[in-house]
Design a binder for this molecule. Structure first.
Ligand code: ATR
Length: 270
C-alpha cells in the first residue's frame, strides 16, 4: 500500500545531493503535498524492504546502487534493463517499478541544441554517466565514438552498445560534430582541468559537459570562447529530475523552478 507522499534519494554518499532541495521546491510549486529526503544507504536490500514496509511513494537511486537495485524490484522498464541501471523507483500500489531517466534527460539536453541522427559524437568516459550517453546516442542513430583514459573500459562500453572506441591519436580524424565530457575531469576542486586539449575544439561543435559543479566548466568556457554551442551539465541533471517528477506525480514538472532552485544553490556554494 502506498499510504503517503514521501520520496527520497537512496545512495552513498548523498549528503551533498541536490535532489531534496530540487524536488521539495518542485512539490511546493505544484501544490503537491509531498516531501523528499536523502537516505544514505549501505544495505540496499534492507532499504528496498523499508520502502515497501513504509509505503514510500517513490525513490531516486544513485551511486553505487543503480545496477544492484534491479534485482529487488517487481518490474523494470526495458530501457533501464538494457543499460542495466535504474535511477527511479515508482511504488504503484506496492509494486516497485524501475525506470531510467538519465538516458532521456541527457538526450533531451542534447536534442535541445542539435540533431543526433547520423551525427558524429565523441563521448569521453566509460563510467555510469557515459553508459547512459553512449546507449542513448547510439539509439538515436548517431555515429558514436567512445574515448577513455583506461582503454579497456572504453572498449568494453563501446562494444556493448555498438559504438566504436578510438585512441587519442585518432580523435581528430573522426572530426566530431558533438563532444560530450562524461568524465569527472573539471569538477570542483580541479576546475582548471580539461578532458582534452583546447586546440581540439572548433566553432562548429556542440559541446556538452555532464559536470555541473562548477556550473560552467573550463571545457565549456573554452568552447564558448571558440564559438561552439554549449550545453551545461545542469540541464541534464534537471532534465532527468523533470522526468522523475512526472513519473512520480503524473503532473507536468515545474522545470523553471527546479532549474532556478538548483542554480541558486550551486551559486551560493551549498
Ligand atoms: P560515473 O559512474 O559517475 O561516470 P566513474 O565510473 O568513476 O563515475 O567514471 C568516471 C570517468 O571519468 C571514467 O571514465 C574515468 O576514466 P577511467 O575509466 O580511466 O577511470 C574518467 N576520469 C576520472 N578522472 C579522470 C582523469 N583525471 N583523466 C581522465 N579521465 C578521468
Amino acid at each position: 500500500m502506498v499510504n503517503n507522499h514521501l520520496y527520497g534519494v537512496i545512495g552513498q554518499p548523498v549528503a551533498h545531493s541536490l535532489s531534496p532541495i530540487m524536488f521539495n521546491a518542485a512539490f511546493a510549486a505544484s501544490g503537491y503535498n509531498a516531501h523528499f529526503s536523502a537516505f544514505a544507504v549501505d544495505d540496499l536490500g534492507a532499504a528496498i524492504a523499508g520502502i515497501r514496509a513504509l509505503g514510500i511513494a517513490g525513490a531516486s537511486v544513485t551511486l553505487p546502487h543503480k545496477t544492484e537495485v534491479i534485482k529487488y524490484l517487481d518490474w523494470v522498464d526495458e530501457e533501464a534493463l538494457e543499460i542495466a541501471a535504474v535511477n527511479t523507483i515508482v511504488n504503484r500500489q506496492g509494486q516497485l517499478c524501475g525506470y531510467n531517466t538519465d538516458v532521456a534527460g541527457a538526450m533531451n539536453a542534447l536534442l535541445s541544441k542539435t540533431g543526433l541522427s547520423g551525427r558524429r559524437v565523441l563521448i569521453l568516459g566509460a563510467g555510469g554517466a557515459a553508459r547512459a550517453l553512449v546507449y542513448g546516442a547510439v539509439k538515436a542513430g548517431a555515429q558514436v565514438v567512445v574515448a577513455n583514459r583506461t582503454p579497456e573500459r572504453g572498449q568494453a562500453l563501446a562494444a556493448e552498445f555498438g559504438a566504436r572506441f578510438l585512441n587519442r591519436s585518432e580523435w581528430a580524424d573522426f572530426s566530431p560534430e558533438i563532444l560530450v565530457n562524461s568524465t569527472s575531469v573539471g569538477m570542483t576542486p580541479e576546475v582548471d582541468s580539461m578532458p582534452l586539449p583546447e586546440t581540439f575544439l572548433t566553432p562548429a561543435m556542440v559541446v556538452m559537459d555532464i559536470v555541473y559543479n562548477p556550473l560552467q566548466t573550463r571545457l565549456l568556457q573554452v568552447a564558448e570562447k571558440c564559438g561552439a554551442q554549449t550545453i551545461a551539465g545542469l540541464e541534464m541533471f534537471v532534465g532527468q529530475g523533470v522526468l522523475q517528477f512526472e513519473l512520480w506525480t503524473g503532473k507536468k514538472a515545474p522545470l523553471e523552478v527546479m532549474l532556478q532552485t538548483v542554480l541558486t544553490c550551486l551559486q551560493r556554494g551549498e
